[in-house]
Design a binder for this molecule. Structure first.
Ligand SMILES: [Zn+2]
Length: 232
């Protein structure tokens, strides 16, 4: 890789995260039409050779989410979403759908939706897409799907209703459980339209990132060590 080359990681619709080299990108900004920056939706092509990093051959801007840079919190969350999707979908899977959720998240951030809300929505959607649940269908013990409140036990990824005895877990109202279920069932075009009331956002804020971190045993750089809230 030469001094004027630039290394870029892209999340692509077909292949997920791909790191490519843009030759001479630092020497001439014109070469790729100023497109090689964050928060753009690009149409790209590259060439591959065995044992070498793919070489970017063209890139053009399809959409800009540049309004993200207007606010530091949006920037943090946009970087986090990119990191999240690349971590969860490194291997074959439904990349096109993961890509669509990432795109929906970027669009919502650029349009000014609160970053915390976009973050939790995308986490819930990506977890469900990858088959990592959690199973929120009913109380694990008695099977009731509805209860005024539940406890969510992170290490089990399951709910317990208020009537069933037991200790531990994070309290969740029925409203919060319903919202999380709706996010699990949402498609990329509809996820942006799910409205999360402030009180519910506070609740799921204390549980989804924890479940995510617990499930994968990783923490995500872009949001610091604790993606949302600290350990109890
Ligand atoms: Zn129960």
């Amino acid at each position: 890789m030469g001094e004027t080359d630039k290394r870029l990681t892209l999340f692509t619709e077909d292949e997920g995260a791909v790191t490519v080299v843009a030759k001479a990108a630092r020497r001439s900004r014109k070469r790729f039409g100023g497109s090689l920056q964050k928060y753009f939706l690009l149409d790209v092509s590259w060439t591959e050779e065995p044992r070498r990093m793919p070489i970017l051959t063209s890139a053009s801007i399809l959409a800009s989410f540049w309004d993200i840079v207007a606010d530091w919190e949006r920037v943090r969350y946009a970087d986090y979403l990119m990191e999240l999707v690349s971590s969860l979908f490194p291997q074959p899977g439904d990349k096109a759908k993961a890509f669509a959720f990432l795109l929906a998240g970027f669009r919502s951030l650029a349009m000014g939706e609160p970053p915390v809300s976009v973050g939790r929505k995308t986490e819930a959607a990506l977890l469900a897409l990858g088959g990592w649940g959690p199973d929120l269908s009913a109380c694990r013990k008695c099977g009731t799907p509805e209860s005024r409140s539940f406890r969510f036990v992170v290490a089990e990824g399951r709910l317990y209703c208020e009537a069933c005895e037991g200790k531990g877990g994070i309290p969740l109202s029925l409203g919060a459980v319903r919202t999380w279920r709706a996010l699990q069932a949402s498609s990329p075009p509809t996820v942006g339209r799910v409205k999360i009331p402030e009180s519910v956002l506070l609740e799921i804020q204390s549980v989804i990132p924890k479940y995510l971190t617990w499930s994968f045993g990783i923490s995500f750089r872009s949001l610091g060590d604790a993606p949302a809230g600290k350990k109890p």
